[in-house]
Write a protein that binds this ligand. Structure first.
Ligand code: IMP
Length: 433
């Protein structure tokens, strides 16, 4: 059976956990393919709320095997904390979660450097989550990273650490005036995690391909979002991995022939955490109301998210770089009660109009949104259970999003619970091709 990719269509926090939740009954494996514990997925199952950072949200469903694939970066301390928390809630993560030996490790110097680099950038900082993500991916690209499999070979672990620590300590001392880090201390800590983590070590591509051959269904679960993609996002205000659909293939180790659905998750408005341009950002009471009603505070860092009107230029761009087969529109309920709503259909800069994502970053930085105004709806829609029962204005708003984004809206979410998901297009949850 083919695989489904779930991708954030904006700057992250779109509600990807909810889409996984919807498909969970029909799936067998949920694979995280990039990022690390910079992510924060909130999933509500029944009356229970789970906040996950690294472990794929498939863990919440007994029949699902959650996999952390090659493209992910792992902080073993944080992973153990999350596994222990899930164990306490009876989810048996030490038996069920599988981790690729090729996934890279976040080391103590990565966390430290993430902090120091941000501090040094001063006002020009990126607003990272300070989890060591960027420095860990940088070492991976420089071929000096340590991998999950190295935890289980003490000699190799020490050898690699010894080689890389010389440079890290030089950097810490000479550039940042910090004390050097101690090899023995790091080795003791990390090798100390190995015993408990050994049962998780897996050849994840083998597992994924056996599942595909056996006709099982797989979800490739993205973290962050398209506009935070290292190659296709709003560089340099991006994360250091590839959340886009293409990144799912490299991160998990499978070819395009295995994928036949790419679900883009998008809020009915836009949010962003951290620094960087945001053309439709709101600084007024409208934005404040969206933040409060939408509970727009980060799951990982607790930071207040920036909010703005729906941006169709960005939605079209996300469609282009991911090839969405479906859109899952979330948080439509947050927009109830506004007299009018705005959608940015283009940008204006220097007398010129841009319907598509501008080719140069400076244009994007100074882009003025061109808005289309549409009527809002007065009533609360969070109790609506059938799409047809939404107010006409709400359905018109969804039509406008679909038309401007260029991909069909299949599901519309009007609240955090699974029951608050409305089906707009009646398509099979899991394709049978
Ligand atoms: P990093 O991933 O910690 O390096 O942070 C780089 C940028 O990505 C910052 O603007 C972060 O706020 C943002 N970011 C990273 N992870 C997430 C996420 O899961 N949701 C939203 N923004 C994120």
């Amino acid at each position: 059976m083919p695989a489904t990719i779930i991708v954030g269509a904006q700057w992250g926090d779109e509600g990807k956990g909810k889409a996984t939740d919807l498909l969970a009954d029909a799936t067998d494996l949920v694979v995280r393919y990039q990022g690390g514990n910079n992510a924060g997925h909130t999933v509500i199952v029944g009356d229970e709320v789970f906040k996950l950072h690294l472990i794929p949200s498939g863990i919440l469903y007994d029949h699902v095997t959650p996999i952390i694939a090659d493209g992910v970066v792992i902080d073993p301390k944080v992973m153990l904390q999350e596994l222990d928390g899930l164990e306490e809630r009876g989810l048996r993560p030490f038996e069920r979660v599988k981790v690729s030996g090729n996934a890279h490790l976040i080391m103590p110097y990565h966390r430290e450097l993430d902090l120091l680099i941000e501090r040094r950038l001063g006002k020009a900082n990126l607003g990272t989550t300070k989890r060591g993500i960027g420095p860990a991916y940088a070492d991976k690209a420089s071929r000096v990273g340590l991998r999950f499999q190295d935890l289980f070979d003490e000699k190799i672990f020490r050898q690699k650490l010894d080689a890389v620590l010389v440079h890290k300590n030089e950097q810490l001392a000479k550039i940042y005036n910090r004390l050097p880090m101690d090899l023995e201390e790091i080795a003791d800590e990390y090798l100390g995690y190995a015993e408990r983590l050994r049962p998780l070590l897996t050849d994840s591509t083998e597992l994924i391909h056996s599942a595909l051959e056996a006709g099982q269904h797989i979800i490739l679960e993205g973290a962050q979002g398209t506009l935070l993609d290292l190659d296709h996002g709003t560089y340099p205000f991006v994360t250091s991995s590839n959340p886009v659909a293409g990144g799912a293939l490299t991160g998990a180790g499978l070819g395009p022939k295995h994928v036949d659905r790419v679900i883009g998750i998008t809020k009915a408005y836009v949010t962003r955490v951290g620094a960087g341009p945001f053309p439709t950002e709101l600084f007024d009471e409208v934005g404040e109301r969206m933040t409060d009603v939408g509970g727009e505070y980060g799951t990982t860092t607790g930071r207040r998210r920036r909010v703005g009107w729906f941006d169709a230029v960005l939605a079209r761009y996300a469609e282009r770089v991911n090839g969405f087969t479906d859109l899952f529109l979330t948080k439509l309920d947050v927009l109830s009660g506004f007299d009018t709503l705005k959608l940015a259909t283009a940008y204006r800069y220097d007398g010129q109009e841009y319907r598509n994502f501008p080719p140069h970053q400076s244009i994007f930085h100074h882009a003025e949104p061109v808005y289309e105004e549409v009527p809002g709806w007065g009533s609360d829609i969070s109790e609506v259970t059938r799409y047809e029962d939404l107010p006409q204005a709400a359905r018109d708003y969804v039509d406008a999003i679909e038309e401007s984004a260029g991909a069909p809206v299949t599901w519309v979410s009007v609240g955090p619970k699974r029951s608050q998901t409305l089906i707009r297009r009646d398509v099979p949850l899991v394709p049978t091709g």
